[in-house]
Design a protein. Structure first.
Lengths: 127, 360
């Protein structure tokens, strides 16, 4: 069974989102996604400062199995990326909700998280 | 649900992630393909290869039959237990399958791929009609490959009664002990054994190997290990439409004696005379990204080819691939990856042998 933390929000492309105290939103890939990909060997992240649309492909995860795009789950600006993940891509398998966050965004719509899936709704998609 | 080997329950118990492989339910990994790969390079891992097809050939004309259907010459096998790698070709010189033949005491044992079982048996049965020889498939035999620098020691520990026989085996030799058969062969580029076991005894053997510290290893690691070792995968790197001369298998064609008229010989001779159009090469990409099968290879000024097998090499920590390219290709090429042309280097295979990088 996948681990799906109740306090996070989710999108169908298997990314999770967490609202930080400063209003930015941290994004990563879910436990379900990392398990489906298998061992991750390379990660490419977006540029800090990039303005992105929802569903735009902005990062790449290469696993032993395949190369997969990572999509911007919401519209906004990239304000930080996890450079340490680039040097230790295996963290995406080991700690998908912690050390292996991908990037942080300033959302165009501050209330956007309310429109996304809850853990329960996402769990139903993963069955 | 597909066919299951006698070890299926062992795979489930070890958290194996099961996938379809040529109609069989087989473990792709047991948690981490990368860790399983590294265990085989550094210690000992084991693969359930019971899905592979074992075919025994007996009768007074067994040798003559194999000399007809195989491109390599079985008469080179000088003593009982010696093994030979060879292609089985069609009349056009294409590879129907690649296989290992073991010389037994007055008969021969072959191990062919599972994905090609039906067409192999159909072809072998059709050709045997002209010979006083018999084909017998051995589905009641299971098979386990134990591979890695400590593999042989651990098998001896688990099977002390057979340790002397195992100790006698040189590379590419096999010997039977009653219904068991030990061969010092493999598909990883490491030392180790491929062991044929009666299916009723294989679960106990597998569990004893686990207890001796041999790690169950899935098909995912099997693929990265064989690719690092520069070994072809049937269906990816060659098939019925590709001759061994275009698949890095020229060394498996026995041209002498010239009068041995094996199936495919005339087509190979014609191809050699006309010029071999393509070759199979090893490619390394020392920057980021992973080459994958079917990606386009662009060779400047010469033409195009295709990646036949590509992966991330856990031992080298970068991508490696095999590709079929125009015959005149030199040492440089570009791989089309995700819409971009990425420069890569052509090297002599294998990439890794006995845990170490071997190409320049």
């Amino acid at each position: 069974m996948s681990n799906i933390p109740a306090e996070l929000k989710y999108v169908e492309s298997h990314e999770w989102l967490r609202k930080e105290e400063d209003g930015t939103i941290t994004v990563g890939i879910t436990d379900f996604a990392q398990a489906a990909l298998g061992d991750v060997v390379f990660i490419e992240l977006p540029e800090v400062g990039a303005e992105v649309e929802a569903d735009e492909d902005i990062a790449v995860v290469e696993s032993v199995k395949a190369a997969s795009d990572v999509y911007a789950p919401i519209a906004g600006t990239i304000v930080a990326v996890n450079e340490e993940l680039v040097d230790a891509p295996e963290k995406a398998n080991e700690d998908p909700y912690g050390d292996a966050w991908f990037f942080r965004m300033e959302p165009t719509d501050p209330n956007v998280l309310d429109t996304l899936m809850s853990a329960e709704e996402y769990a139903a998609k993963c069955d | 649900m597909g066919k299951q080997t006698p070890l299926y329950q062992q795979h489930l118990d070890a958290n194996g992630k099961i996938v379809d492989f040529g109609g069989w339910d087989m473990p792709i990994h047991y948690g981490s393909q990368l860790q399983e790969h590294n265990v085989v390079r550094e210690d000992a891992g084991m693969f359930d290869v019971s899905h592979m097809t074992i075919v025994d050939i007996t009768g007074p004309e067994a040798l003559a039959y194999l000399q007809k259907i195989l491109a390599n010459d079985v008469s080179k096998l000088g003593f009982t237990g010696k093994a030979l790698y060879t292609g089985m070709l069609n009349e056009e010189g294409g590879v129907i399958d690649d296989l290992i033949v073991y010389k037994m005491d007055g008969w021969y044992r072959t191990v062919v791929n599972c994905g090609t079982r039906e067409k192999d048996l159909a072809w072998m049965n059709k050709q045997i009609a002209a010979f006083d020889a018999t084909l017998t498939e051995r589905p009641e035999l299971a098979m386990v490959a134990v591979q890695g620098p400590n593999a042989i020691e651990k098998v001896k520990q688990v099977r002390p009664q057979d340790a002397d026989v195992i100790g006698e085996l040189k590379v590419f030799q096999g010997l039977p002990v009653n219904e068991w058969f030990y061969a010092r062969t493999g598909y990883t580029g490491e030392d180790g054994l491929e062991i044929i076991v009666p299916e009723a005894e294989v679960v106990e053997f597998w569990q004893a190997l686990v207890a001796a510290g041999v790690a169950p290893t899935g098909l995912g690691a099997r693929d990265t290990l064989r690719l690092e070792a520069g070994m072809n995968l049937y269906g990816n790197d060659m098939d019925d439409s590709i001759s061994p001369l275009e698949a890095g298998m020229g060394w498996t064609i026995a041209w002498e004696p010239a009068e041995r008229d094996f199936i495919g010989r005339k087509a190979l001779e014609a191809q050699k005379a006309a010029g071999i159009p393509t070759k199979l090469v090893g490619i390394v990409l020392e920057t980021r990204g992973v080459m994958r099968s079917h990606q386009k290879v662009v060779v400047e000024g010469i033409g195009e080819g295709e990646v036949t097998s590509g992966t991330f090499s856990p031992t080298l920590q970068h991508s490696i691939a095999m590709a079929r390219v125009p015959y005149d290709t030199g040492s440089e090429c570009n791989i089309e990856m995700r819409g971009k042309l990425i420069p890569a280097r052509i090297v002599k295979m294998p990439f890794v042998r006995n845990g170490k990088k071997v190409f320049e």
